[in-house]
Design a protein around this ligand. Structure first.
Ligand code: COA
Ligand code: MG
Length: 299
């Protein structure tokens, strides 16, 4: 399982923030060429980001990605041409409204990998839907490229497009979040939530992260390093959840040994959804390097 609990945006024109960006413990960093960069500085930012990708050591575990400009702007294609390199793990495509927006990126990335002698297909794509049209097309977008590893939702732009109000209960984008989850699950890829903009409000971030985790999201974007730990704490399974998951796996072993088709934990039957949830919790725990007790350590 590839962990994408947190994804830190780093302004692509900020030479101070880029080098240490991988050291805050986040799962993903997104060097941003889009909304964090004023149009007058797009070319400088692109140069800075492509150089940083070559020379900065972001650390052994972080997934290094770039958010490019939308593919149909005058910057999008040049962004791709310049940033594709060995150290780039993924590209976030903003304002995706149709499969064609992703396919164009996929084709150009393939062309650049070929030209630069890189392994074809290694660089992953992530599509962000942030308009009504994009959300409604997310089902087709999510399956349009083998490179797609996840889809995301852009809360601020989407709320503006919908004519709603961005509020702490997330009402304006609630259905859109559900549609993103449905599209991601149907395609077998990950779903990543939008940012919580007030980085001084830790309680608010925690509450929103708890909500989107319950909805099914795999992770959440953030704008400040201090948000990473809050997000991980919500997404990481608790000690009790891990212990229970191990007991479920042990019950399966016991049933197998007895040749019984029915799996029981104490006096409770363990059905398929419980097994799937236990497997997911253990995969998450392993990926996050959390301690997992052995069968003998759980009663
Ligand atoms: N990426 C990397 N480093 C960051 C960071 C980020 N997104 N946000 C803050 N930092 C660093 C700062 O450089 C500072 O480092 P230092 O201690 O070595 O000096 C430290 O974290 C603390 O930062 P702080 O002083 O609390 O915040 P700030 O005033 O420097 O920055 C923002 C606040 C909002 C400007 C900044 O967090 C930011 O630019 N976030 C990203 C915005 C963005 O990309 N938006 C587009 C996507 S929605
Ligand atoms: Mg946006």
């Amino acid at each position: 399982m590839k962990l994408r609990r947190s994804r830190l945006y780093v302004p692509g024109n900020n030479p101070k923030m880029i080098p240490p960006a991988g050291l805050y413990g986040g799962d993903v960093i997104s060097l941003d060429l889009e909304d964090a960069v004023h149009p007058d500085f797009k070319i400088d930012a692109r140069m800075l980001v492509s150089e940083a990708l070559k020379v900065v050591d972001f650390g052994p575990t972080v997934e290094v990605t770039v958010r490019i400009n939308p593919i149909n702007t005058r910057w999008g294609k040049w962004d791709i041409k310049q940033i594709v390199c060995e150290k780039l793990d993924g590209i976030y495509i903003p304002k995706v409204e149709a499969p064609e927006d992703v396919i164009q990126v996929d084709e150009l990335v393939t062309e650049m990998e070929d030209k630069k002698g890189l392994e074809i297909g290694r660089i992953k794509l992530f599509a962000t839907m942030e308009t009504a049209k994009g959300i409604l097309n997310s089902k087709d977008i999510a399956v349009c490229s083998k490179r797609l590893a996840g889809i995301t939702i852009g809360g601020e732009d989407l709320t503006a497009d919908l004519g709603g109000v961005r509020s702490s209960d997330g009402l304006a984008i609630h259905t859109s979040r559900q549609l993103i989850i449905l599209a991601a699950r149907a395609a077998g890829i990950q779903a990543i939530d939008t940012v919580y903009s007030d980085f001084s409000d830790t309680e608010g971030l925690k509450k929103e992260t708890e909500m989107i985790k319950k909805m099914g999201f795999d992770g959440k974007a953030c704008i400040h390093p201090s948000q990473i730990e809050v997000i991980h704490d919500v997404f990481d399974p608790s000690e009790d959840e891990i212990k229970y998951a191990v007991r479920v796996m042990k019950a399966i072993e016991d049933a197998k040994e007895k040749g019984s088709g029915v799996i029981a934990l104490g006096k409770k039957m363990v059905d398929r959804p419980i097994v799937l949830k236990a497997e997911k919790i253990l995969a998450l725990a392993e990926a996050a390097e959390l301690p997992v007790p052995t069968f003998d350590e759980v009663e």
